[in-house]
Design a protein around this ligand. Sequence first.
Ligand SMILES: C[S@@+](CC[C@H](N)C(=O)[O-])C[C@H]1O[C@@H](n2cnc3c(N)ncnc32)[C@H](O)[C@@H]1O
Length: 397
Amino acid sequence: MPHIVFNKFNKQLVTPLKKEEVSFDFIAKSYNFTEKIRKTEYKICVEKENKKFLLTLKDKEGEHLLKADKVTRVTPVQLVKDALNDYANEVEANIVFSNTQNINQKIKPTQEYLKGIDYFINDFKTDKEIQIEVGFGSGRHLIHQAKQNPEVQFIGLEIHTPSIEQVLKQVQIQELDNILVVNYDARLFMEFIGSNKVGKIFVHFPVPWDKKPHRRVYSNAFINEALRVLKLEGTLELRTDSRKYFDYCTELLTNLNTGRITIDINKDLPVSSKYEDRWKKQGKNIYDVTLICNQEDDDINLNFDFSFPEDIEYDEIIKTLSTKAVVKDDYFIHIEDLFIIEEKSNSGLIQITFGSFDRPLSKYILIEDKQAKYFQDLPLPTSANVKAHNELIEMLK
Ligand SMILES: C[S@@+](CC[C@H](N)C(=O)[O-])C[C@H]1O[C@@H](n2cnc3c(N)ncnc32)[C@H](O)[C@@H]1O
């Protein structure tokens, strides 16, 4: 991680400071909130190349350590290095260590078909039918489907980076333009897809997680979200060699109030994955369980309003907030830390972790001029984040 250590600074930085290449908006100082004895820490708000982020300044054995803030990540890393150098120059720091110089950066090839979750919230539009593959692994099935069905828009979900890179390479080599790849947990991804838009969802050879069933892709929540995004007659297709996983899924599916399922044993598909080849060689049975969607659903709101009410008195609030986590059935909120902007009355940062237990989100809330807002960007509108936000509004009253 890029950082600079210095033993002295010769000039005080007074915010706000606007320069041609960089602005320093505010400096927030740690508030003694956790009641533990701790060192003073500062969060420095920088704006550079139209991106706002924080730097952390800490005392370390009589020296000062300046580094990027972990919550407000920003790319490319060179931007952070430049901001660290800008601050050190501004305060005329006596530098004793730095790893912020630019050493021939490797340029990554553009990853046109690799999309972040924000893309699905803000920009994703298609008139094509969508089909989704969960945990595509080597990608054999995904690539085969995309080649056979050029009129379909495929979305491949994976959490294993080498598999993602391998498939992106194949997409490039085979000049496919109908696959989008997302590095995201399939259990949460569906929330960002409109209702009744998807023709098929493939879940082939998911990890059975016999000892940690809560990590399985299939759950009541996953099946319900799948049914919401599937169009009428759309299918959720499980293929597995695991008898336990098969039994678990058929139990979940047969507990639905309505629906149709089909079961096949050792059905041949035109393409066989690495896992499938291995299981077939071992003479294991392969089970296909397909759920056919028989309902249409209401659309969802991806434009949830993450604003806070006005008239927030930061000086009052910090006296009442607690570090004790608020834990509910499907979400939580944990206030991690508080920072005060000394140059501006009634202002500061609240550092929080919140949302779902599977994918907690770390964020700052900036309070200035009696107005609170999420620093940098808004949370993703997942149901857990929406519930946590509503609870936060109550906590800040
Ligand atoms: C056993 S492999 C099967 C890969 C491929 N479908 C096949 O048939 O060869 C399971 C894959 O699912 C991915 N995976 C596991 N949990 C996931 C999740 N929650 N979201 C997306 N992918 C997941 C894993 O990284 C792994 O690549």
